[in-house]
Design a protein around this ligand. Structure first.
Ligand code: HEM
Length: 147
């Protein structure tokens, strides 16, 4: 499989990065919406508007971007045959942490949709830091390749 992308490698990397930027923008914005949603009354016009924003952000931006970023990332890893590289193993481990956060955000969005949110605005402010820290680690790992 090594080298199968040939002259398209940089195009694949460019689209990988575009998808990563869309995915991260959504993952940083969704918990912020949860913070403000906590302060709006269940059933109010404001709460219903937050539900629409959260659903569209997750389904129309975060989920498709996650799929594209993952498929193209794995394609490049296969092209480089880099599975034995520690930087890539660590990057994929951090990506799995991002995936776990994505799962939790999807679950909390559903709770809000059912007016069954159980967490505070303060809790969602802390959760907002998880994708931030994972992103910082991933970018350093892939650009600097420290090990
Ligand atoms: C399954 C998930 C992922 C895999 C397998 C993966 C794999 C890769 C590979 C193999 C490269 C090419 C490295 C090179 O040419 O030197 C790359 C580039 C890159 N990836 Fe990912 N990636 C994934 C997810 C992500 C995520 C979530 C982010 C950011 C939060 C990210 C950020 C980047 C950046 C910034 C580059 C460009 C590096 C450069 O130009 O040197 N990737 N990725």
């Amino acid at each position: 499989m090594a080298g199968f992308l040939g002259e398209y490698y940089l195009w694949v990397k460019a689209v990988h990065l575009i998808a990563v930027i869309a995915f991260m923008a959504g993952m940083l914005y969704l918990p912020r919406l949860f913070v403000y949603h906590c302060d709006s009354e269940a059933g109010s016009q404001q709460s219903e508007t937050f539900k629409v924003m959260e659903r569209r952000l997750l389904r129309a931006i975060i989920n498709p971007a996650l799929i594209v970023a993952t498929v193209l990332g794995l394609a490049m890893a296969a092209d480089l045959d880099a599975w034995g590289e520690v930087w890539l193993q660590a990057k994929i481990a951090m990506f799995l942490a991002l995936g776990a956060a994505h799962g939790k955000f999807s679950r909390w969005r559903r709770d809000f949709e059912r007016d069954e949110n159980r967490h505070t605005a303060r809790f969602y402010r802390y959760m907002n830091e998880v994708p931030t820290l994972a992103m910082i680690a991933i970018v350093i790992l892939v650009i600097v390749k420290p090990f």
